[in-house]
Each structure stands twice: as C-alpha cells, then as structure tokens.
Design a protein around this ligand. Structure first.
Ligand SMILES: [Zn+2]
Length: 103
C-alpha cells in the first residue's frame, strides 16, 4: 500500500494503482501553486511528466515521488501531513473517484 492508510478502502485508488501500471490511466498535467511549484496529491505514485519511465512504473511511496520529481529539476509544493481531517480525506478520495467518473 503505497498511499496513506485512509486510501486503502478506496476502490478508485486501487484502480489508479492498477491502471497506472497498465497505461490505462489518463492523468492531467500538474497543477501549480502561484509560485510555480507543482502540486502532488496524497497517494500519488506515478510521475506525470511526459516521457518519464515512471509514468507507468510507480514509485514505492508518494514521498519517493517527491524526490523523483526534484530529480527532474522541478519544485514540489509542500503537501498535506499525516494529520489531516476526515473532510480532507473525503475530498482526496473524491479526487481519485473523479478520475474514473463516467467510465
Ligand atoms: Zn519522472
């Protein structure tokens, strides 16, 4: 389980992990902060930069994705710590669900 514990029960997150490996996952480009730092969501393990081998090969954990991206020379915004509210957790689960909305 590469992502936070609360995502373990999310079918959409499991599908994100599976479809990422098979190449069936379509991810949008990174959103950026006003400072230009890219935003990585909790549980993300695939690199979204075009042409990167890790587009389909997951990093073992989200924090490894952070260091991987710094290796690309991009700045990664600070993201949520482990202590997040249930409301935020629900919002993150909803983000993964939205990847597969209408499919
Ligand atoms: Zn990469």
């Amino acid at each position: 389980m590469p992502g936070p514990i609360f995502l373990a029960a999310s079918a959409s997150y499991q599908r994100y992990l599976q479809d990422g490996v098979t190449g069936n996952l379509v991810l949008s480009v990174y959103e950026q902060t006003p400072d230009g730092d890219i935003i990585v969501g909790p549980g993300e393990v695939f690199c979204r930069l075009p042409g990167c081998a890790n587009v389909q090969v997951p990093l073992s954990e989200t924090r490894n994705l952070h260091s991987h991206l710094r290796g690309h020379g991009v700045l990664v915004a600070w993201t949520l710590s482990a202590r997040i509210s249930q409301r935020t957790k629900d919002a993150i689960v909803a983000l993964y669900e939205s990847l597969f909305a209408g499919l």
